[in-house]
Design a protein around this ligand. Structure first.
Ligand SMILES: Cc1cc2nc3c(=O)[nH]c(=O)nc-3n(C[C@H](O)[C@H](O)[C@H](O)COP(=O)(O)O)c2cc1C
Length: 304
């Protein structure tokens, strides 16, 4: 719902075809006397009605429906009909995106980062809430500040995890998380922290020169899903721009456990960070694609 009602219908141009009524996900519109009219003030401002109207009789003016002005790319301001895209090229892009763990020192321009965020916002969101947030760290210095804060968290966690009695006591009380962390990650994080402290080797962000953190307002209807869908858009677009990218789950985990890390970056308390994306110019070039584990989907009803 929006405060100011976003849909305007020009009754003169409306032919009463009903396409807008059929497409509206919130039953906002109805046909009355062979004209589209507003039936209820519930509106998601998704813009489907305006996009479908053959005579351009509907306008949707809402902040959630503002045009996207890209700075580094040109894209036709036209809807691409179903089936009119080179699927093979799309799948090649998806398969070619790899997690990049080796970056050059060259910075990523603010214009590219800005466009990546806009591309992120073309993702679907629950009830079109677009309740996501994007925090951009455009310089290596900012990435290092975040890296230090995350490293501090893991230093403290490793101190706890190095105490066998505490791990076993917690597991015995039905809290096995510390024991599980010890088994899965303690050795590698200990090594990574030592390499960071002694050699300045960045095993967390892999030397990335920029980071985008994607979060969601805790009051949005599906903040985690929204943020992760926007993230995948960004990962694919980054590859198309020539950038390398990598999701950094260790940073997400640290930020989930220690809200002060987010506060340090100016992220307000009412938001949760769901994805942290390292970005930069890749220092390597793959020679070939790799595969994926074969998947046996479940069919219902089962095929005979
Ligand atoms: C939720 C999530 C968290 C991840 N966290 C990390 C991370 O902290 N560090 C890292 O180097 N890679 C991380 N990755 C990247 C995965 O290791 C990678 O996607 C996987 O090995 C498949 O390789 P590909 O991305 O090159 O296809 C993460 C991926 C996902 C989906």
């Amino acid at each position: 719902m929006t405060d100011v009602f976003p849909v305007h219908i020009d009754a003169e141009r409306c032919t009463g075809c009903g396409l807008c009524v059929a497409a509206c996900p919130a039953d906002t519109l109805e046909l009355k006397a062979e004209r589209a009219t507003i039936a209820t003030p519930a509106c998601m401002a998704c813009g489907h009605c305006a996009a479908l109207c053959p005579t351009g009789a509907i306008t949707v003016t809402a902040p959630r429906n503002a045009p996207l002005a890209f700075r580094t790319l040109a894209t036709p301001e036209q809807w691409l009909p179903h089936g009119r895209f080179d699927l093979g090229a799309l799948v090649q892009l998806m398969r070619s995106r790899r997690s990049c763990r080796n970056y050059t020192d060259a910075p990523v321009s603010r214009a590219l980062l800005d466009d990546l965020v806009k591309i992120g916002t073309t993702a679907p969101s629950g009830t079109n809430s677009q309740g996501w947030s994007f925090t951009i760290l455009p310089e290596r210095a900012g990435v290092v500040i975040l890296g230090e804060a995350v490293a501090d968290y893991f230093r403290r966690l490793n101190r706890l995890a190095s105490r066998p009695l505490l791990r076993h006591l917690l597991a015995w009380c039905g809290k096995p998380a510390l024991e599980q962390y010890y088994r899965r990650h303690y050795a590698t994080t200990t090594k990574a922290l030592a390499e960071w402290d002694e050699e300045g080797r960045d095993r967390l962000f892999h030397g990335a020169t920029a980071v985008i953190l994607i979060g969601g307002r805790n009051t949005a209807s599906c903040p985690a899903e929204d943020a992760l869908l926007a993230s995948q858009n960004i990962l694919l677009a980054a590859h198309a721009m020539g950038l390398g990218s990598c999701l950094i789950g260790f940073a997400v985990e640290a930020m989930r456990r220690e809200p002060q890390i987010a506060a340090r970056l100016g992220i307000p308390a009412g938001e949760t960070i769901y994805s942290v994306i390292a970005l930069g110019w890749p220092a390597h070039r793959y020679q070939r694609l790799t595969g994926r584990r074969p998947i046996e989907p479940r069919w219902f009803p089962p095929s005979r």
